[in-house]
Write a protein that binds this ligand. Structure first.
Ligand code: NAD
Length: 370
């Protein structure tokens, strides 16, 4: 029996509440599958600050590097608004992403049929939508140097950000995009602005070369990022995997998020390089939402983004696609029964708590696996 090590970091606010539902899911898989997950838990964010005066400890980073995957809740909240900048809750997550080299951020935009009417777009545009936005996460204009604001001394200031990419950074995110597409509908759309940006020219060239060299079996399309953003709201179902740099990926993935309804529905995965010795890929799975301090402690948070993040771990870290499909189907079935947490409630639906939604999904899993 394959055994894997998971590090669970629940964090703050609703983090521990939604992580509680993941623990039920892990117990279900350990009971019903051929794989065994061993779990360890660690603190990050405000909870870690309260205990250790830092937002993540060196020991937790070391344990994260050792784990087969990290399942992360969310961090932050008004309680820690005044703590020093370097140890603010979010710094713990940023350090984890950086120290683990998590350069590829995968955000699926999946529209469950039962929720198609919650989207800001028409039902037929989003019903059955299943696309991925792949964002480069550790390079580009968010990190490029120089990054300065200079006082020009004449009442004016000059701000500079630097957009910089090297071949290897584009190649490695491109490779993730093509590999993802091979497991799906085999199409990659690369978005940049080669008409006005040198990084766009290089991005386009490297994607083409990589495609020609290693991934001729996958369809590669290019779109300028502004036109692509327009296409994403006009007819999102034309896409399969969209790959973009850090800045465009940030914007495009937020647009895609709005297609599917609530923040409480959106999972994500952040992947690093495959380690040449262990052959393992470092990976962290987390919901897109934050710690939702406005509803924390009330037991009403939507656990679906967190549960779907765990399904992504099964898919991308453990090759357990069938089990991941089963979880996605169980989520869809619970929604189809008319069960809704408060954030996605609609007329005629039954509003349930975090744990009731989790339990309903577990029951659907039992039914689907029987
Ligand atoms: P948020 O995502 O926490 O909440 C935004 C809104 O969405 C709130 O009204 C909240 O109640 C609702 N919401 C979010 N997740 C939900 C869920 N699962 N079920 C039901 N409703 C949900 O964003 P925010 O309010 O801007 O930030 C709150 C705190 O979270 C801040 O400290 C912020 O820095 C932090 N944050 C952390 C992460 C992370 O840990 N990755 C991401 C974003 C924000």
């Amino acid at each position: 029996m394959a055994t894997y090590k998971l590090l669970l970091i629940a964090g703050d606010g609703i983090g521990p509440e939604v992580m509680g539902e993941v623990k039920k899911l892990i117990a279900w898989i350990n009971k019903n599958g051929k794989t065994r997950f061993e779990t360890e838990e660690a603190l990050a964010g405000g909870a870690c600050y309260d205990a250790h005066r830092v937002s993540i400890t060196d020991e937790t980073v070391a344990r994260a590097k050792n784990a087969d995957a990290i399942i992360f809740g969310s961090v932050g909240g008004p309680k820690w608004d005044k703590v020093p900048y370097e140890v603010r809750p979010e710094a713990g997550l940023l350090r984890l992403r950086k120290d683990l080299g998590l350069f590829a951020n995968i955000r699926p935009a999946l529209c469950y049929p039962a929720l198609a009417d919650s989207s800001s777009l028409k039902r037929d545009v989003v019903d059955g939508l299943d696309i991925i936005i792949l964002r480069e996460l550790t390079g580009g204009v968010y990190f490029g140097e120089p990054k300065t604001i200079t006082d020009l001394g004449n009442g004016q200031k000059r701000a500079v950000d630097t957009q910089v990419y090297e071949t290897y950074e584009i190649e490695r995110i491109g490779r993730v995009a093509f590999e993802l597409a091979r497991k799906r509908r085999n199409k990659v759309t690369s978005m940049e602005k080669r008409n006005v940006m040198k990084t766009g020219v290089l991005w386009h060239e490297v994607m083409d070369e990589l495609h020609g060299r290693e991934f001729k079996d996958v369809t590669l399309e290019h779109q300028l990022a502004d036109a692509g953003a327009m296409q994403l709201v006009r007819w999102p179902k034309q896409f399969d995997v969209i790959v973009a740099d850090n800045l465009f990926g940030d914007v495009l993935s937020d647009i895609a998020a709005t297609l599917t309804g609530s923040l409480g529905m959106l999972p994500s995965a952040s992947l690093g390089e495959v380690d040449s010795q262990t052959k393992k890929r470092r990976a962290l799975y987390e919901p897109v939402h934050g710690s939702a301090p406005d509803i924390a402690g009330k037991g009403i948070a939507n656990p679906i983004a967190m549960l779907a993040s765990f399904a992504m771990a099964l898919r991308y870290s453990f090759g357990m696609d069938a089990q991941a499909d089963l979880i996605d189907a169980a989520i869809a079935a619970a929604l189809a029964q008319g069960l809704r947490t408060a954030d996605i409630k609609s007329e005629g639906a039954k509003v349930v708590s975090t744990s009731q939604m989790g339990d309903a999904i577990m029951e659907e899993l039992d039914r689907l696996a029987a």
